[in-house]
Design a protein around this ligand. Structure first.
Ligand code: ASP
Length: 452
């Protein structure tokens, strides 16, 4: 069987839902379907998930939120009407949103997650209802009943191992099972969501649980491209990419696929195909365990901003046993995850995400670094971007780092950091966020220029 996941733009309107239902019924193996909440219909539209977040925020500030939830209900009403669903099919959806709106707000994380989850939950009800209305056997499944048990981390949940055994039983269900993405239940039985874009994660977990032959991820582009199409005109399409490569590119800003979504399918060895709902016959991009690297030692270039570097130097640091541990302990005590730690003989930088490192946290960390570690210098640089050149072929190809550095030099970009792990699947460079467009174009021309 195949697990087919459809992203927000595939659910954005009745017309899109008709397309996905045609795709589902076109292949009898597509028996387990995961859906997102309705996304944007046009560039200036708002995703249902964002409307729901706004609704929850309004309620959490003590206002009633009725106008906000009505905007959400209106989205579903317009879809249901254009799908010619029976008049009473909207009522359970409306009641469900109103119930969520009036839930107790004392636990803010729980309230926010329960509200957000409504988007996917009602999308799944709608799609199952529409499939049935066309004479197809289809059933909505609640993730709690299905066995999607998650860690109790609102907005940032992870799947618990015990989920897999129970979810496996979805294989045996008759007809087409429509499963809402993005959320599950904690062991206490409360709604928790994955990070944003997390319906990809739901799909991957289900694919691993039922041992699917393929995990198909339907989105709104024909394939993954080697560089961001908003920065590079008509970039080369990627036909095959390994899990490791895709993970690195997703981490560094490729938004086609959630970077955490690969873990379950990677371990189960299930191939992933990224396909286009608007052009399902296009081959798409396959994410596989291995690929022949021959012609493309580099598979992609990605860049993302929002990082911050804490630079520490201390004369004879290299002789001090335990320095690194003590430094990272300070970050751990603050609950801050570090991303990278490039180091020199007597210096170390800790790269963290700016979103986890506000001014108050910065002050506390710097104070402790100065007093507990007696360093010579500690400085913080914000507005850092990471740009990654990724490819399995890097391991065997001489001169790729030289080519990358030449591209930066030609673009007049100053490199703030260079980092290459020993796995040699990627090279990472720290640059100023404002240098992203020029750097991506220069790297693209260097590595793919001749193939356009
Ligand atoms: N609807 C959620 C979001 O916008 C999850 C998803 O679409 O994957 O983040």
């Amino acid at each position: 069987m195949k697990v087919a996941k459809f992203g927000g733009t595939s659910l954005a309107s009745a017309e899109q839902i008709k397309k996905i239902c045609a795709i589902i019924t076109d292949d009898p193996q597509r028996r387990l379907v995961v859906v997102s909440a309705p996304g944007k219909r046009s560039a200036d539209d708002t995703k249902v998930t964002d409307l729901l977040i706004e609704t929850a925020r309004v309620r959490l500030t003590g206002q009633d939120g009725t106008a906000e939830i009505e905007r959400v209900i209106e989205r579903y009403r317009s879809i249901a009407e254009a799908l010619d669903l029976p008049n009473d099919s909207l009522e359970p959806i409306r009641q469900d949103f109103l119930r969520r709106l009036h839930l107790d707000t004392a636990d803010e994380g729980l309230y926010m997650d329960t509200m957000k989850a409504g988007g996917e939950d009602n999308s799944a009800r709608l799609v199952a209802g529409y499939l049935r209305s066309t004479g197809v056997e289809a059933h909505y499944v609640d993730p709690g009943e299905g066995g999607m048990i998650l860690s109790d981390e609102p907005g940032n949940a992870r799947v618990l191992k015990q989920s897999y055994g129970k979810l496996r039983a979805l294989r045996e269900r008759p007809g087409i099972t429509v499963f809402p993405g993005f959320f599950g239940y904690s062991e206490r039985g409360q709604v928790v969501t994955f990070p944003r874009g997390g319906s990809d994660i739901t799909g991957a977990i289900l694919a691993a649980a039922v041992d699917a032959e393929h995990y198909e991820n339907f989105t709104d582009v024909d394939s993954v491209f080697v560089a961001n199409p908003t920065l590079v005109e008509r970039p080369v399409a990627v036909e095959k990419i390994t899990y490791r490569e895709m993970r690195e590119l997703s981490y560094a800003g490729f938004s086609v696929f959630h970077d955490e979504a690969l873990e379950p399918v990677f371990h189960a060895g299930i191939p992933v195909v990224v396909k286009n709902t608007n052009n399902p016959s296009a081959a798409g991009t396959e994410i596989v365990p291995e690929r022949p690297v021959g012609t493309f030692p580099v598979v992609g270039i990605a860049a993302t901003d929002g990082f911050c570097s804490v630079y520490i130097s201390k004369y004879l640091m290299n002789r001090e046993v335990g320095f690194g541990r003590s430094l990272l302990q300070i970050f751990e005590d603050e609950g801050i995850s570090f991303e990278h730690t490039p180091s020199g003989i007597d210096n170390m930088s800790v790269i963290v995400r700016e979103s986890t490192f506000n001014k108050a946290a910065e002050e506390r960390v710097l104070r402790r670094v100065r007093t507990e570690l007696a360093v010579d210098e500690v400085t913080v640089e914000r507005g850092l971007a990471l740009i990654m050149v990724v490819g399995e072929g890097m391991n065997h190809t001489i001169g790729l780092a030289g080519q990358a550095c030449t591209a930066f030099a030609e673009a007049g970009v100053n490199l703030e950091m260079i980092n290459q792990g020993s796995s040699e699947v990627s090279m990472m460079f720290g640059i100023k966020a404002s240098d992203i467009p020029g750097s991506v174009r220069a790297l693209y021309n260097q590595f793919f220029g001749s193939s356009t």
